[in-house]
Write a protein that binds this ligand. Structure first.
Ligand SMILES: *Cc1c(COP(=O)(O)O)cnc(C)c1O
Length: 350
């Protein structure tokens, strides 16, 4: 702390990202990165952009990428917003759409960046408990609110909601913005983007960090009614006009165009997930049903923090959260078959 700080900075509680170890040989199953690389076509597009044009600013609107996203989802470019990772898109959403008199609603077990943004932008929130099976219950959100946000599939549980339940939430709060954070939707859920033309209060966010394996490039997006997108554009153009650089615009666009590679790698992750679930269950773990590229599991007789420390000693990192309700769970990202086997071996006999 220092006398030079703006007063509100001393009360900020920042997000704590999963560890990014400097040791390359660790098996990293802690931050839900994709074990398969980005599309070779995305890499080639970025290599083609490594030239003298880097002296020029990029397109502030990222139109090439907006068009690729709009075409992929069958929406208009005016329904697409782009940002430097979906975290930045979420920040602008909290800033531009969630500052109201009533509290924002999100699940008690959810993405831990949501309360951080509430702190940053001074937004009151009400954490709605998941039900006893760690599921989001749509009817719990039918109460006065200044906005609603939840990941689907939820993180860190991996549990997915059917579109009908998402619609139930949208219909119960027609005067609030409802944000569906679809960071993991491509690993087993159904996107709510198909609903944006019918619900002007719906905003769907996605990222290229997980299913398109571009966490290092920082590209995220939102799809919704042009009036919602306009609010986000106003915030963005009051903050940073060029959130996406030249490499990100062409690389992300090429990743959306390479449907074949995308579908193949998502399926590999899904197949591995089902195998790991079976292996963990055979060791006595209770595994929540996952539609994501990670699983959330607890063992009835072994402490989660102790298990995380045990596998870490053998070079495998998984994520453990201290939050009381989930303190006995481990969140394990799905890696390559070899990495997954390293985890199973590190757990050993239980
Ligand atoms: C990973 C993740 C994000 C952020 O993704 P970036 O695009 O890398 O910023 C957003 N929401 C949830 C639930 C996530 O797990």
């Amino acid at each position: 702390m220092s006398k030079f700080w703006s007063p509100f900075v001393k009360n900020l509680v920042p997000y704590v990202p999963g560890e990014q170890p400097k040791l390359a040989k660790l098996v990293k199953l802690n931050t839900n990165e994709n074990p398969y690389g980005p599309s070779p076509k995305a890499l080639a597009a970025m290599q083609g952009e490594l030239n003298d044009n880097l002296r020029l600013y990029p397109d502030p609107n990222g139109d090439l990428l907006k068009q690729a996203v709009a075409q992929y989802y069958g929406v208009q470019t005016a329904q697409v917003f782009l940002g430097n990772g979906s975290d930045e898109v979420l920040a602008h959403i909290f800033h531009g759409l969630f500052q109201h008199d009533q509290p924002l609603l999100f699940p008690d077990i959810s993405y831990s960046f949501y309360p951080v943004y509430c702190g940053l932008y001074g937004i009151a929130f009400d954490a709605v408990p998941l039900d006893e099976h760690f599921q989001i219950r749509a009817s719990d959100y039918a109460k006065p609110n200044g906005g609603i946000i939840f990941p689907n599939p939820n993180a860190p549980t991996g549990c997915v909601m059917a579109l009908a339940a998402v619609e139930q939430i949208l219909q119960a709060s027609p005067d609030s913005v409802v944000v569906v954070d679809e960071a993991y939707i491509d690993f087993g859920g159904e996107t709510a983007i198909s609903l944006v033309d019918r619900y002007p209060n719906l905003l769907v966010t996605q990222t290229l960090s997980k299913s398109r394996s571009l966490a290092g490039l920082r590209v995220g997006l939102a799809v919704g009614h042009p009036d919602l997108i306009e609010a986000l554009e106003r915030i963005k153009n009051s903050f940073n006009s060029y959130p996406l650089d030249r490499l990100a615009i062409v690389g992300a666009a090429a990743a959306f165009e390479d449907r074949e590679y995308f579908e193949k790698t998502c399926q590999l992750v899904i197949d591995s997930r089902e195998k790991v679930v079976g292996q963990l269950q055979a060791k006595g773990f209770e595994v929540l049903p996952s539609a994501a590229n990670f699983i959330f599991a607890r063992h009835p007789r072994h402490d989660a923090a102790a298990l995380a420390a045990k596998v870490r000693e053998q070079g495998v990192i998984v994520r453990h959260f201290k939050q009381e309700r989930i303190a006995q769970f481990l969140r394990i990202s799905i890696g390559t078959p070899e990495q997954n086997q390293a985890l199973i071996d590190a757990l050993g006999e239980l």
